[in-house]
Design a protein around this ligand. Structure first.
Ligand SMILES: [Zn+2]
Ligand SMILES: [Zn+2]
Length: 243
């Protein structure tokens, strides 16, 4: 009887709140991707750089040469899958179309790959967008991911500390050097909330890690105002070394 009720409630839930594939939109039972799309995703697994997460060709557990030469301001970057022609679809859908329903599934994937690294984390902060961009887009996709990750992990969500203080041009398609220049000085910490950062282990959330310029700049400022560590979590990453 109990099993029957559970089955019935599960079916009812699927009828009322159907889960659709984040990529192609087909109805699925769970996991957010249909089997066909699942096969096309390049999930990021070991071996990879212990700091920046750049995948390695050979099976070694170490730090990549770029991180040895210049350690990024963040302590670790973890992403769910590689950003390529296929997965781009998922990210752009979430970013530019009103597909906020995807945030829960994407955050579930982020939590799955990062939970071992979140044991000592105190606070979840989304990468902010400038208020003019927010007005245009109506929402910040990183905030949605951060809110959902907070529900999964029980770590406090805090969107007020980090702010985008300079309106920068669209980063997409720009070279690594221009991106770096673009983001320099474009984030700030709200003085009113800066005390909340003191000695905290911060989880910084964004949708994509491209050159790492944004994650690095945000981590720099968070540490300047007292954060002890910063772990960067993104849904996807471009397969190049972050700055
Ligand atoms: Zn699909
Ligand atoms: Zn590295």
């Amino acid at each position: 009887m109990f099993n029957f009720m559970r089955q019935f409630l599960s079916t009812l839930k699927n009828v009322c709140f159907p889960i659709i594939c984040c990529s192609c939109g087909k109805f699925v039972d769970s996991e957010g991707l249909c089997p066909e799309c699942w096969k096309h995703i390049k999930w990021i697994e070991d071996p990879k750089c212990r700091i920046c997460g750049t995948p390695f060709e050979i099976d070694i557990d170490t730090i990549c040469p770029v991180c040895i030469r210049q350690k990024p301001h963040f302590d670790k970057a973890i992403s769910v899958f590689e950003y390529d022609d296929f997965s781009k679809n998922i990210v752009l859908k979430f970013k530019h179309v009103d597909a906020t329903y995807m945030s829960r599934q994407l955050a579930a994937w982020i939590y799955r790959v990062s939970k071992g690294d979140l044991k000592n984390s105190n606070i979840i902060i989304p990468v902010p967008i400038h208020f003019l961009k927010r007005l245009k887009r109506k929402y910040n996709q990183s905030e949605l991911l951060a809110q959902e990750l907070s529900k999964f992990s029980g770590i406090v969500y805090e969107p007020r500390i980090l702010q985008k203080i300079k309106h920068t041009s669209q980063q997409e398609g720009l070279s690594r050097n221009i991106r770096l220049k673009n983001v320099r000085g474009s984030f700030g910490v709200a003085p009113k909330y800066s005390h909340l950062l003191s000695r905290k282990n911060v989880v910084l959330i964004d949708d994509v890690l491209t050159t790492g310029a944004t994650a690095n700049e945000c981590s720099k400022i968070l540490k300047k105002y007292g954060a002890a560590t910063v772990v960067v979590l993104t849904v996807a990453r471009v397969n190049i070394h972050p700055s």
